[in-house]
Design a protein around this ligand. Sequence first.
Ligand SMILES: [Zn+2]
Length: 267
Amino acid sequence: MTNKNKPNRRKFVKLSTAGIGALAFSSFARTSKENPVSGLSPKQNETKLHIMCVGAHPGDPEFGCGGTLARYSDAGHHVSVLYLTRGEAGDPSKSYGESAALRTREAETSCKLLNVKPLFAGQIDANTELNKGRIDDMIKIIQSEKPDILFTHWPLDTHPDHQIAGLLAFNAWARSGQQFQLYYYEVNTGSETMDFEPTDYVDISGVRDKKKSAMFAHKTQNPEEIYEGFFKTMEEFRGLQAGVKAAEGFIHFKVKGERAVLSGLQS
Ligand SMILES: [Zn+2]
């Protein structure tokens, strides 16, 4: 590769960040300038986006894309988080009921810190299912929320619950006629998420502390260890790739018409 043909990394990142950022933040900023006081006019509500994030266990959405969710919420968009399970199987010394109660409380605290709405899909930790009934359930929940953008697990993951959460969301997206944008996030990359090459990055440098407080609300999950072992490095590595201090990376699953054609096979 010659120098001339080397991709300009910063330029690429600016363009790819716009994939998520521009859609959300520019429309809201324009509206709030037009309606600087009330913030509740019908016109503003029209341009307010609904962001949804599907995760397998309490903590997955916050660790995977808590910074991006915080940015959307801070900008005035509606954000909801759907937990497929309540983390029932996480602690062998506790009953499923005890763990579910504890982890539901942690999830609710974490969502409050991010100013997002928690939802629970009612599947059971370590025993999640992918079948027609479960896909129908997921479609119903997603349709009731009407998201513009949906984030979920990248399905190539060593944890079966993460695979299933990602595939349920994908099925809901496909069956809904692709009515919302679909983005995949990563968790514990190298140990859980595998083969993840982001197409888009979101700068989370300004909300890193907020994301950290949401992650650390999951006290039963040894958040210090998970943060130091994975997410601190992941945020900084994705930040290096994006030319900022800290970032979250995403794979944007594009609709058929948006896909590039392989060189030499255009016709
Ligand atoms: Zn998980």
